[in-house]
Design a protein around this ligand. Structure first.
Ligand code: ZN
Ligand code: ZN
Length: 146
């Protein structure tokens, strides 16, 4: 079993969630997708290959539970909601390819200075921010040139 999958199973248990067979397969799909954003029906299609018993509403309900428990994050763009494993650890921002839906975290947060400015020079107290950068990854750009 991949190390990353083991870690996620541990997180699931620590959060007091049951590791049902459907959940196990879903988490495996997320690990194998390499931080690519998948929509609910893509996830459902992948599960069906392994477990005929799982229905769409179970998949959808588990996605909601995973999101609420911060195991998975949900991102909506181009009017479609997609999911990926949430990186554990400090706050981070994502670069998202809108063609292949692969994601990558920004190497650093460029907004620390801005928050300091807001805190010191305005009467507003910032508590969090949320930034996503949309664009095209290298592979997709190369394919478009061909
Ligand atoms: Zn791409
Ligand atoms: Zn930030």
């Amino acid at each position: 079993m991949p190390k990353q999958l083991k870690q996620i199973y541990k997180i699931i248990r620590e959060k007091g969630l049951k590791l049902t067979p459907a959940r196990k397969i879903m988490l495996e799909i997320f690990v194998n997708s390499d931080y690519k954003l998948l929509n609910a029906s893509q996830i459902y299609d992948l599960i069906k290959k392994q477990s005929k018993k799982t229905n769409f509403s179970t998949v959808y309900r588990n996605l909601e539970i995973f999101t609420e428990n911060e195991v998975v994050e949900k991102i909506t763009y181009n009017e479609e909601t997609r999911y990926k494993l949430r990186e554990q650890g400090p706050q981070y921002h994502l670069m998202i390819c809108t063609l292949c839906h692969k994601t990558k975290p920004l190497p650093f947060c460029p907004f620390g200075e801005l928050e300091t400015y807001i805190k010191n020079d305005t009467d507003f107290l910032p508590i969090k921010h949320h930034v996503e950068i949309y664009g095209y990854c290298k592979k997709c750009r190369q394919q478009q040139e061909d």
